[in-house]
Design a protein around this ligand. Structure first.
Ligand code: SF4
Length: 348
């Protein structure tokens, strides 16, 4: 895996205006994504996790330029793409493809699989002639482990898992460097989920793909990611390599999220942390630390001063950053300073 960043995201913001009043002017804003930065190396999987409504899917859509950004930069392989005119962006779109959550609504029911897959190949001018197109279709079906003659069938003839394989084949048709998987396995049954995750992992190794894996399912993320970025209410609160994050989380929100992940070992579980209250509205996020209304460790400073992401000492490896005022406290007063966060308990 190369360490050169393929994708760099700097201070990305997406605020959605809310119109109202007599003249229909902007009366408020939804701060869906409010200044996040991360990068992804070639061949790396970065998972973006958090509760529903935290802004993670908006990040994916913003990267794909499905709507204009409010602010920030998106740099793909050294080229800034957030302000690129659509004509110039067109060839670069090929390099960043998406697999959507719902395999039922994401495939056009009026197109055979061959037309679904041929569309991006033609749009990006990849096939030299019709024989080359046929060879590409066959290779795509091989890659996603579907029979070659399935290209002649309609989407409704496939199961949910098979449709998601077709969705992956469509993403691969443009020969991308990066795939954004937006809750790509969330709608699938448990056994099918594991098959699709294994397929994505195999493809990543085979093709050297980078992946942004957007998910609320930490059990799946733990199985297949290199690094994890945790989002809460439009902000990233912690980023760490998989082992560090799951072994010793440094942010109270991550600690709470992980406490709900079932453990594969019978008789062992994490100490469950129940967060109080609901996620606040992104229209009016709390001042100071956005998590302070639910954080079990909140103190006065948290209510007035917003913590910033900073590097954290981590015995398990480098590249761990977290945004929490607890990191300024002496170790004896910091409840997450020791390997306590994801504490495993023997039960039964
Ligand atoms: Fe909790 Fe304060 Fe840390 Fe926010 S800054 S996560 S409220 S301890």
């Amino acid at each position: 895996m190369s360490t050169a960043p393929l994708l760099q995201v700097n201070d990305l913001k997406k605020h959605f205006p809310i119109h109202g009043g007599f003249f229909g002017g902007v009366t408020a804003k939804v701060y869906a994504v409010d200044g996040i930065s991360f990068d992804i190396a070639k061949g790396e999987t970065l998972s973006l996790v958090g509760e529903s409504g935290c802004g993670k899917s908006t990040v994916g859509k913003a990267l794909l330029r499905l709507f204009p950004l409010t602010d920030g930069q998106v740099i793909l392989d050294g080229q800034r793409i957030d302000d690129m005119p659509s004509g110039t962006l067109r060839p670069l779109r090929r390099r960043m493809q998406v697999v959507f959550q719902d395999p039922f609504s994401s495939l056009n029911p009026r197109m055979r699989v061959r037309d679904i897959l041929a569309e991006p190949i033609r749009n990006f001018g990849l096939a030299k002639n019709s024989a080359d197109l046929e060879a590409r279709l066959a290779a795509l079906m091989d890659k996603v482990r579907l029979p070659r003659d399935a290209v002649n069938r309609w989407p409704h003839e496939f199961s949910g898992g098979q449709r998601q394989r077709i969705g992956i084949a469509r993403a691969l048709a443009g020969e991308p460097d990066l795939i954004i998987c937006d809750e790509a396995v969330s709608a699938l049954d448990v056994s099918v989920k594991a098959q699709i995750v294994n397929l994505l992992q195999d493809l990543q190794k085979e093709l050297g793909l980078a992946m942004l894996f957007i998910s609320h399912d930490l059990a799946i993320v733990e199985h297949m990611t290199h690094r994890v970025a945790v989002m809460y209410l439009g902000k990233i609160v912690e980023v760490a390599p998989r082992r560090s994050l799951f072994g010793a989380p440094k942010h109270p929100y991550t600690e709470a999220l992980l406490s709900a992940v079932p453990q594969p070992t019978p008789g062992i579980q994490r100490q469950r942390i129940i967060l109080k209250g609901d996620v606040p509205s992104p229209i009016n996020p709390p001042k100071g630390c956005r998590f302070h209304t639910r954080c079990p460790y909140a103190f006065d400073r948290c209510r007035v001063e917003e913590p910033v992401l900073r590097p954290i000492q981590d015995a398990m490896g480098e590249g761990h950053v977290s945004a929490c005022h607890l990191h300024d406290l002496p170790a004896a007063q910091n409840p997450l300073s020791e390997a306590k966060g994801a504490q495993l308990l023997a039960v039964g």
